[in-house]
Design a protein around this ligand. Structure first.
Ligand SMILES: NC(=O)c1ccc[n+]([C@@H]2O[C@H](COP(=O)([O-])OP(=O)(O)OC[C@H]3O[C@@H](n4cnc5c(N)ncnc54)[C@H](OP(=O)(O)O)[C@@H]3O)[C@@H](O)[C@H]2O)c1
Length: 337
């Protein structure tokens, strides 16, 4: 097809994966909208790229089309999420913008579960004579993990972070936990905070450590997310208190939640089956007789513990090891960023 980008499945998957990487730039500031990525490709050359802007507008497709101008006509558009069909006060529907721009093809990484669009975006493109392909694209799903978890499970995507010694302690017996890991691991934690819409700690950690729960990376200070405490008793001005892990379902504009412990809180989220990803920082120290990382989760047998978590990522951060584990589940959207 003249003027189009890739025509093979492998090309399509490659361009969509690139669009998913662009989408990561929108996270989390696009909230409450999903962070979407879009590439417009003509004869193998990128003529437009866009990602959802802070506050959710412009959408990725609008930004990419503005960049491509007339070059979009006859090109291939790669977009991680089905172009929206609803005409909002804040801007035109992306499917209308695309219909007007007349690319030859639109390749979509993930159908939109939002009722206002679901299938309608694709229909509008087809009606405008544009070829539409939907690819089951893991990279697109991963880049939309927060949005999809909210749509499919009615709650944010939850990452549980733990920093432990070699013997699995998160603090000494006396409650000292600063610092178990080194500077590189702690900076990594701050970069993960910057990717979340909200951070949560338990009442015990709040009382013991009075954690700042902010982002202390140069240039990213403004990216400190909303702060939450899990507690049945605390009243803290300026901070939201959740009375139970299940209350996360009611959090407005939170697609990604980062839970930082401690042990009882980690257990409460795990027992309620509300953890999608575990991020474990392990320092080469032995504490011995320290505070265990996770409290009682009501495990019935050892067999029930197996097969639930799968290694997604492993890397070295200074002298510490970082491992991310994803929850095993049918078509579970994974946080790939
Ligand atoms: N190394 C690490 O990664 C790391 C991270 C965080 C903390 N820590 C350490 O961990 C220790 C604190 O851990 P912890 O287990 O004692 O405390 P925690 O998990 O931080 O907090 C326990 C408190 O959370 C609230 N809570 C727990 N489950 C609940 C539920 N199902 N519903 C409502 N509220 C619930 C209760 O708060 P209320 O009592 O207020 O009602 C409970 O007392 C500290 O020593 C801290 O330094 C280490």
């Amino acid at each position: 097809m003249h003027g189009a980008g890739g025509n093979t499945g492998a090309d399509d998957a490659r361009w969509l994966a690139a669009a998913a990487r662009l989408a990561a730039r929108g996270r989390p500031l696009s909230r409450p909208n999903p962070a979407v990525g879009c590439l417009i490709v003509r004869d193998g050359i990128v003529v437009g790229r866009g990602w959802t802007q802070p506050g959710g507008r412009p959408h990725a497709e609008a930004a990419a089309l503005a960049q491509a101008g007339d070059a979009a006509r006859g090109a291939t558009v790669y977009v991680t999420l089905e172009p929206c069909a609803h005409r909002a006060g804040r801007g035109p529907a992306c499917s209308d913008l695309l219909a007007e721009a007349q690319p030859a093809r639109v390749v979509i990484g993930q159908r939109d579960p939002d009722e206002r669009t679901r299938g309608r975006g694709m229909e509008r493109l087809s009606a405008a004579g544009i070829a539409v392909a939907t690819l089951g694209c893991p990279a697109s799903r991963a880049s939309l993990a927060g949005y999809l978890t909210r749509a499919e499970r009615g709650r944010p995507h939850v990452t549980l972070k733990l920093a432990t010694s070699l013997d699995g302690a998160i603090a000494t017996a006396g409650g000292e936990s600063r610092w178990i890991t080194g500077a590189a691991a702690r900076a990594h934690v701050h970069s993960r905070r910057a990717m979340a819409d909200a951070i949560l700690v338990g009442g015990g950690t709040w009382r013991a450590d009075a954690p700042g729960l902010d982002v202390r990376l140069p240039g990213l200070e403004a990216r400190s997310p909303r702060r939450l405490i899990l507690s049945r008793s605390i009243e803290a001005p300026g901070i939201e208190v959740l009375p139970a892990p299940q209350a996360i379902a009611g959090l407005d504009a939170v697609n990604y939640l980062y839970v930082e412990g401690g042990a009882q809180t980690a257990a409460a989220f795990l027992a309620a089956d509300l953890v999608d990803r575990i991020e474990l920082y392990r320092a080469p120290i032995v504490i011995g007789g320290g505070a265990g990382a996770i409290g009682d989760i009501g495990l019935a047998s050892l067999a029930a513990a197996h097969g639930r978590w799968h290694l997604a990522e492993r890397r070295q951060l200074g002298s510490d090891t970082f491992e991310a584990y994803r929850r095993q589940g049918q078509d579970q959207p994974q946080d790939g960023n």
